[in-house]
Design a protein around this ligand. Structure first.
Ligand code: CMP
Length: 143
């Protein structure tokens, strides 16, 4: 079974969108394997976004991610990496379809509410980075 890394960014937390965003993933049927409300160190933010370190917006992106607490989430389910990206919508909220999380809740690419791993390989790396303590066993009888 696949697991992905999702992060509700500081703007999502500050705008009280944690519950409605979580609701979408859990109602869809994904299983929680990790959930943390946490402040992010500069080095963790820089490591997470290291692929973007040459981009002109890298410094602003790191400052944004460390500007307030985030919610780090590990979600398990069939094809969850790709399916969660569909629920999240395009990176630029102006290109995100209505009904997606970014399409419904954001208008600025630099304040786009949520992150989701873009590949199974990156999900594995990001889960190891954000949940180095390991994931929580969660095998509900309902599954
Ligand atoms: P995320 O899905 O977390 O992956 C990379 C992040 O970089 C992206 O969401 C945006 O928050 C940010 N990003 C991408 N492009 C831009 C841009 N042109 N200006 C500012 N931030 C950007």
């Amino acid at each position: 079974m696949e697991t992905t890394y999702i992060m509700i960014k500081p703007d999502g937390v500050q705008r009280n969108l944690v519950a409605p965003i979580l609701e979408r993933f859990l109602a869809k049927g994904y299983i929680l394997r990790g959930l943390k409300f946490m402040n992010v160190s500069k080095s963790l933010a820089e490591t997470h976004y290291s692929d973007l370190s040459a981009k002109p917006f890298f410094g602003a992106l790191v400052d944004y991610i460390i500007s307030g607490p985030v919610v780090a989430i590990a979600l398990e389910g069939k094809d969850v990496v790709a399916q969660a990206r569909k629920l999240i919508g395009a990176t630029n909220p102006l290109a995100s379809a209505p009904g997606t999380i970014r399409g419904d809740y954001s208008i600025e690419i630099g304040r786009n509410v949520i992150h989701g791993s873009d590949s199974v390989e990156n999900a594995t790396k990001e889960l190891a980075l954000w949940f180095s303590e390991g994931l929580v066993d969660n095998n509900p009888v309902l599954r």
